[in-house]
Design a protein around this ligand. Sequence first.
Ligand code: 9MR
Length: 572
Amino acid sequence: YEPDTGPRVRVNQVGYLPDGPKNATVVTEATEPFAWSVASGDGTVVAEGTSTPRGVDPASGQNTHTIDFSAVTAEGTGYTLTADGETSYPFTIGDVYDRLRSDSLQFFYIQRSGIAIDGSLVGAEYARPAGHLGVAPNQGDIDVPCQPGVCDYRLDVRGGWYDAGDHGKYVVNGGIATYQLLSTYERVLTAPTATPGALDDGTLRVPERGNGVPDILDEARWELEFLLRMQVPAGEPLAGMAHHKIHDENWTGLPLAPEDDPELRELHPPSTAATLNLAATAAQCARLFEPYDQDLAATCLDASRTAYAAAQANPDLLADPNDGVGGGAYSDADVSDEFYWAAAELYLTTGERCFLNDLRASPHHTDDVFAPTGFSWPSTAALARLDLATVPSGLPADELDRVRQSVVDGADAYLATLAGEAYGLPIPGEPESYFWGGNGNIINNAVVLATAFDLTGDTRYRDGALQSVDYIFGRNALNHSYVTDWGTTTPQNQHSRIFGAQLDPNSPNPPSGSIAGGANANLEDPFAADLLAGCAPQFCYVDDIQSYSTNEVAINWNSALAWIASFLADQG
Ligand code: 9MR
């Protein structure tokens, strides 16, 4: 299998900010430096220079050179970079990420369960009846039983977002996605370079638009109310814990519109991890909804406290790693980081001593929580640390300094990593860095860089965040942008039961702004395993609907994209 990788000169296909870094990678046989030139849209050469040989890149197996053309700052479209006899795809210099802020967030409305999707808001091709509201052939989600032996009650767990390409709804992954939407909003309230009002009411095409509440909060609320419904009711065994997940009894084929899913839906056992995800996000909900809806804020705080106490009483109820039929397992053998995260959010919301004591007692409070390959749904200590560093609180000054310095130290490590990568991304160039959903982790490292910039104003961190996303938008071994409709060659066939155009012309494409999971050297689906056997890490990706381990959509990857998109838009 030989993918079409287009010109050997690799750029960010979306483009570059006028005052941002501008880097490219050339795949070549050459070992000596060669000349490069940048031409503006009318063909005029506006800059020239010499490449930097980088040798063989372990992440791609390619011999590469890099080019830094940051000196080109004039806004324009149709720029090209020519080097080694090859010309790049065209790119823009300008405020290129402005629309990505809303585009990346729009994905969430289209993933909503339990509500009809309004085509007049997001395009007729995405219009569909409500999924999983108890209308045949659906068997959920308003009156859902537990798996046999797990509980005697049924719960109304309507709503929320479908997790990814399946129709499952998972509290663990819903948690990080909700956190990131709420954090995107909270950053706009607090960060020095954020654009005030950038996420106000009227900025998204959601049905709640115009209700006086910022649309991103409306979107997060859709999931928060689902997360609240997953809590075990008072009076039942394990009251206050959260069920780990709800999904189909069996895997379904694709495409399959949500309203056509005939499978039995079941609640899976409560878990400590899910309970702490609820505690953490409900605590965020309490402080961020306080100005808009005091009843919801109070409900959230109450649920958060109850969940936290239940998790403390049941600290090692781990989800079964083998519970993966009809839905993903989302199991996590270590929930100490989730305890740290929940304690931190409850402390930031309430200021109460008990939560401060708990977070201080966590080993994660003094750990380096910024691992080389980033944070994601099973490793949430970084979520706590980033919020402790940025959300106003009563933390003593020396402790706050230490917390903030840890973010800066994490960012320094990512800067060192990306400087060493031929494609300039902030993860180490080894197969272990390229795993299922790794695009989310790469962006989350950019989030740490962006936060270091917010904290220090040091533009090296801003530049690091900007350069990191070049990889996502096409500066990579495949010359492929990973965000639908954002670039010259972008994913159109992500694994999804809702977006099934590759298999059925009556089913839509993934919407603009949908990010794919990305290169996964472990090739964990049969299609990729067969097609891509032996791939160098960055080549372990295919834009085919069958490849769920490299090319799925998911709420936790789009939430990472939304966070960084909002940051990027503020820099334009
Ligand atoms: O994102 C998850 C990834 O970290 C795991 O390695 C993988 C296998 O367990 O599961 C991924 O999550 C999937 C979930 O299990 C089911 N819904 C789709 C998710 C995205 O692929």
